[in-house]
Design a protein around this ligand. Structure first.
Ligand code: GLN
Length: 486
């Protein structure tokens, strides 16, 4: 049994560049790992084995011919919400069963242009709505550190396959924490870029003013590289920023001298699991030892973030999901008498309970008579939340915080209680509401050996700062190298 599947992106590239192995060797080894492990993790919805091997052979041939490519031959897993040409894109929903992507998302196209190989589709909460991957229409992904626990969500499949070494890296999407929180629960790195940094073209829309694609990796350095390749202007997404993409690798220095890190006092008021808080505080001390100055910051609108997010996200979702009606995409219900009946039957049969709950809630907050009381008011509070961060970043370069109030919890524990599930998003949703960037980096374990993530937040387009903090921390006291006993 070879160890190639355990490597990260940079290590794979080093081996490939030294001609110690081929991309085909790596893909075969990853496929073998999937064959051994995924039966107990259920991270993948589908694996494109033949397609991936063909891509790998093409990458090997290109390398023989002297072609470059910053990711030439590196296999990557993709959350089922992102379009990869020729592969299914079902958002873990029955309503999209049978849908095959005719095109690549821009982020995928940019990775492909650099030679990345696309392995398959990872499990998720249906339409990315959830925090535990239990809302998938097809199966529950298990946490590689404890198979009775959730992997987090909604990108739980991507986090689990990276942590279990069933992929070299993966892509997720983050509307309110879906890259960072599963990364924290599974012990890998997950980066949510600033709104507009990566094109959303080809990302199935959940809440268009909040959605971002993000890398999920085995190191901060790998996340920086994937971000580098995916970021930048795209004429297909008018919200994608034209700002030049800085050299993120240059930000990866081993110390934090001259940096000020803010600790938001509202995030340490006793609502978190004490083991999570202990791990975060220990990580803060490591950062102090690296030369950072720790300052106190305030985010006074924290009590309103959950309500604000669940009004705005559901409102946008209700509009975005209107397109799934049995006519253009995926499955169509049988036996309909007229078009309206067709829409009703298809949506009734195709959507799961959480998606229906959100469509109903979102339709309600947008309906005439309630629009001003809910949606408009939420937009105003969103502005206040954004200003909290603008204010905080006046006195610090990055903010350090927990990702979630708890580590991964047992499967089924919160599944029946949507409100409890929503409350777990308190530290991640404000980042999307404010449009800023954030990353989860492994920062320790609970006594039950469940991973804990440190959340590092930066201002809009401040990815360089959070990568610097994450990398220096990872090098000094980090936990990214730890792997679950499988
Ligand atoms: N957990 C949050 C929700 O359920 C965030 C999901 C996401 O980021 N896609 O909406």
């Amino acid at each position: 049994m070879s160890e190639l599947h355990t490597l990260g992106v940079h290590e794979v590239l080093e081996r490939l560049n030294r001609r110690e192995c081929s991309s085909e060797d790596i893909v075969r080894d990853v496929l073998a790992a999937i064959g051994r492990i995924d039966g107990t993790i259920d991270g993948y919805l589908s694996v494109a084995a033949e397609d991936a091997l063909a891509q790998a052979r093409a990458a090997d041939e290109a390398r023989r011919q002297g072609a470059g490519g910053r990711l030439l031959g590196v296999p990557i897993a993709v959350k089922d919400v992102l379009n990869v040409r020729g592969q299914p894109c079902g958002c873990a929903s029955r309503i999209l069963q049978g849908y095959v992507s005719p095109y690549d998302a821009t982020a995928v196209a940019r990775l492909r242009a650099e030679g990345a190989v696309f392995l398959g589709r990872t499990n998720m909460d249906e339409f990315a709505m959830g925090s535990s991957t239990e809302n998938s229409a097809f199966k529950v992904t298990r946490n590689p550190w404890n198979r009775n626990c959730v992997p987090g969500g909604s990108s739980g499949g991507s986090a689990a396959v990276v942590a279990a070494d069933e992929a070299i890296a993966a892509l997720g999407s983050d509307t309110g924490g879906s890259v960072r929180q599963p990364a924290s629960f599974c012990g890998c790195v997950g980066l949510k870029p600033s709104y507009g940094r990566i094109s959303r073209y080809g990302l199935t829309a959940f809440a268009s003013s909040l959605d971002q694609i993000g890398p999920m990796t085995k190191s901060v350095r790998d996340a920086a590289l994937l971000l580098q390749v995916m970021a930048g202007h795209d004429p297909h997404d008018s919200s994608c920023l034209p700002d030049p993409v800085p050299d993120y690798a240059a930000a990866l220095v081993p110390d934090l001298k001259g940096m000020r890190l803010g600790l938001p006092r509202e995030y340490f008021v006793g609502g978190s699991d004490p083991e999570v808080e202990r791990a975060i505080r220990a990580a803060v001390e490591v950062c102090r030892g690296l030369g950072a100055e720790i300052v106190d910051v305030a985010l006074p609108h924290t009590p309103y973030v959950i309500a604000t997010y669940y009004v705005i996200a559901t409102a946008e979702a209700s509009a975005n999901l209107a397109r799934f009606d049995g006519v253009r995409y995926g499955t169509r219900a049988a036996g309909a008498e007229d078009p309206i009946d067709l829409y009703k039957r298809t949506r009734e049969q195709g959507f799961g309970p959480e998606v229906k709950r959100r469509i109903i809630l979102g339709t309600y907050v947008l309906s005439s008579g309630y629009h001003d009381a809910y949606y408009l008011r939420a937009q105003k509070v969103r502005t206040l939340i954004r200003r909290d961060f603008e204010q905080a970043f006046q006195s610090c370069d990055a903010i350090v915080a927990p990702v979630a109030p708890t580590p991964a919890y047992p499967i089924g524990e919160k599944g029946g209680d949507p409100l409890q599930m929503y409350l777990g998003d308190i530290f991640t949703v404000p980042v999307n509401l404010a449009g800023i960037c954030g990353m989860s980096v492994p920062c320790g374990f609970t006594t039950r050996q469940m991973p804990v993530g440190l959340q590092i937040l930066g201002p809009a387009l401040g990815e360089g700062s959070i990568l610097r903090v994450g990398h220096a921390y990872e090098q000094a006291g980090g936990w990214s190298h730890r792997r679950p006993p499988l």
